[in-house]
Design a protein around this ligand. Sequence first.
Ligand SMILES: C[S@@+](CC[C@H](N)C(=O)[O-])C[C@H]1O[C@@H](n2cnc3c(N)ncnc32)[C@H](O)[C@@H]1O
Length: 282
Amino acid sequence: MSELSLAQLLKSATEKLPDSDSASFDARLLLANVLNVNCSYFYTWPDKIIAPALVERFEQLIVRRQQGEPVAYLIGQQEFWSLMLKVSPATLIPRPETELLVELVLEHVKASQAVGIDLGTGTGAIALALASEQPHWQLLGVDFNQQAVSLAQTNQQQLAINNVEFIQSSWLTKVALSYHHACDFIVSNPPYIDGEDPHLSAGDVRFEPKSALVAAQNGFQDIIDITKQSLNFLKPKGIILFEHGFEQGAGVRKILSNHGFNSIVTLPDLAGHDRVTLGFSA
Ligand SMILES: C[S@@+](CC[C@H](N)C(=O)[O-])C[C@H]1O[C@@H](n2cnc3c(N)ncnc32)[C@H](O)[C@@H]1O
């Protein structure tokens, strides 16, 4: 086999990923991971030849990517809100559109010592982003999947963020009484996809756990459960914020209004799709 330079390896790998809309980027991220270097390395050393064992590892990753496995699972990490997070197939890969939830909490919660809960925390993405922005806030991240809780704790340790605690609980059922009527905000990107939605068998989502994605009642059940339980935990005029599907804004507004929330609004993500609905407790 003739030896290929880094530039040639990347070109050949990119051509093997016609189904990815980010083929060249995927190839660079995978090769950078194999070589344990930054992507800028390829611009500095395009002619470098690497050891056959490294080429083989890279080619194995390209085969898995060809089969649709998300790059984030292949390299074990994903950036969110400029924090590099460890990810695993135990939970969802954090998405850029979820950063809207973080922006909205920061915009609406002005108290310097706020208390907040991130329900269905997964990698800990939302809780860690908020805690990193507001070191005097007290954050609690909750997930019913113990593997996700351990992953979030690992991310917390790696990022040395101290003002968050992660616990295993089904929504608020095991959250301490000290949080009753003590929360300035409750934020959640819960499972909200209908079990029959064809998107579940396309793209990255195929490799993510259904328990992180699917909810009963056309995708609304977890939002209903969280809304009901939140009434015991929010302070008066506390804010609740949900990420949801682009066609679910009206449904989420109705759920919040039925439970006595006020000033309810739905906001779009950068692509212009309804993405977050928020409201304030009485
Ligand atoms: C859509 S993922 C969101 C993960 C993360 N917050 C993010 O935005 O990337 C939903 C998360 O909710 C968790 N979850 C599902 N049902 C739950 C429940 N009853 N109680 C707590 N967490 C739950 C899943 O394990 C998963 O980590």
